[in-house]
Design a protein around this ligand. Structure first.
Ligand SMILES: *Cc1c(COP(=O)(O)O)cnc(C)c1O
Length: 382
């Protein structure tokens, strides 16, 4: 029996080993580890890649969100609109600043924020909105930007899963007041540890963020405001500089693999495949399908040697840590339904076509069992 891993990063490393080893050695020889030439160079390369003027390296995607919101003035008593279906960092950073996340439901096709419900969520305390470009496809950016402008809200893009994705021809990370990137190892552009970056068109905000990541200081040992210690380090930056020139090709390879999945899976009844909306370029950070009896399907696939993942099993408004906010089951039905049905299949640039065929055959075999097909998927209706 074959074993198909959800992600295999050894293959990518093998393809770039010499360059990456040399880049790391170069930093070791210089012994400059924090805020040196590699970070500065990567910041300018990423700013360029994102079609914005400025980029500020920080310790993680989570810190990118936290500091971007801080720069936008989010603080105690404020509210920030976030989708209910995303990685927890999109919301816990709001809470860490003393503000309250207000959860929006999602569009069942793109799994991103449903703009139809936004007006009902805005109130006098609303300060910002975070659009998450989930799985590698842009949210409905123009509509969200228009809503943000109309209500004078900061617009923050959580681009952790969508670096390289496009919307109406422009880089997804270029939209909004801030774009927040993550270099977590499994992301489309992954470091060998934690890392993140904030991109912005505002020189003033970039200057603020450079201070915020260094205890509020521009000058050593003089703190102008309450900041934090959140830096991308030189070794990670050096690794990312080797990888960045390959990102567009890797994203293209992800799209090719998604297209092959589509071809292999499209005839399986009761499996809903991911859709790319016209005008958006998907970078397939995840290839996420919907299936009835998801947990059983995942288990059966595991028996056949196929690893899968669930992104994400609990919508944020129903997380135990947000019980005090008083959301009840049924309040955000599309987020809840997605949490029960989504299943991410292995996808990465070095995944082999025969491995995709193997996954397809395994899924066919599993879905052919009558007990796997009994539950109707309601999302199909809407
Ligand atoms: C990965 C991720 C983050 C957090 O990034 P880290 O670098 O892991 O802190 C935030 N939002 C989304 C949607 C993510 O996928």
């Amino acid at each position: 029996m074959q074993k198909i891993q959800m992600l295999n990063l050894e293959r990518q490393y093998a393809s770039l080993r010499e360059e990456i080893d040399r880049a790391i050695e170069n930093v070791l020889e210089k012994q400059h580890f924090i805020l040196g030439p590699e970070v500065a160079a990567l910041e300018s390369e990423v700013a360029n890649y994102c079609q914005v003027g400025h980029a500020v390296g920080v310790a993680s995607g989570t810190d990118a969100l936290l500091l971007a919101m801080k720069a936008a003035g989010v603080g105690p008593g404020d509210e920030v609109i976030v989708p209910a279906f995303t990685f927890v960092a999109t919301a816990d950073t709001v809470s860490l600043l003393g503000a309250t996340p207000v959860f929006a439901d999602i569009d069942p096709v793109t799994y991103t924020m449903d703009v139809k419900g936004l007006e009902a969520l805005v109130g006098p305390a609303t300060k910002a909105i975070i659009a998450v470009h989930l799985y590698g496809q842009a949210a409905d950016i123009f509509a969200i930007a228009k809503f943000a402008r109309a209500h004078n809200l900061a617009f923050i893009g959580d681009t952790a899963q969508a670096l390289g994705a496009k919307y109406a021809g422009d880089a997804v990370c270029s939209f909004g007041d801030f774009g927040c990137l993550s270099f977590f190892p499994s992301k489309n552009l992954g470091a060998y540890g934690d890392g993140g970056m904030i991109v912005t068109k505002s020189a003033e905000q970039a200057a603020y963020l450079r201070m915020a990541r260094a205890h509020g200081s521009a000058k050593k040992y003089k703190s102008e405001f309450l900041g934090w210690n959140s830096r991308l380090d030189e070794i990670q930056a050096a690794i990312l500089r080797v990888k960045l020139p390959h990102l567009n090709r890797w994203n293209e390879q992800r799209r090719e693999r998604a297209a092959l999945y589509h071809q292999v899976l499209r005839d399986i009844d009761e499996v809903i495949l991911p859709e790319t909306v016209e005008g958006r370029t998907h970078v397939f950070h995840q290839y996420t399908i919907r299936v009835p009896n998801r947990d059983a399907v995942q288990n059966e696939l595991r028996q056949l040697g196929v690893e899968t993942a669930v992104h994400y099993p609990i919508p944020l408004h129903l997380q135990p840590m947000y019980e005090h906010l008083g959301y009840k089951k049924g309040r955000l039905p599309e987020a809840e339904r997605a949490a029960g049905e989504v299943l991410s299949l292995p996808i990465y640039p070095h995944l082999l076509p025969e491995e995709i065929h193997y996954v397809g055959e395994a899924l066919k075999q599993v879905m052919a069992k009558p007990e796997m097909r009994t539950k109707v998927i309601l999302a199909q209706v809407s």
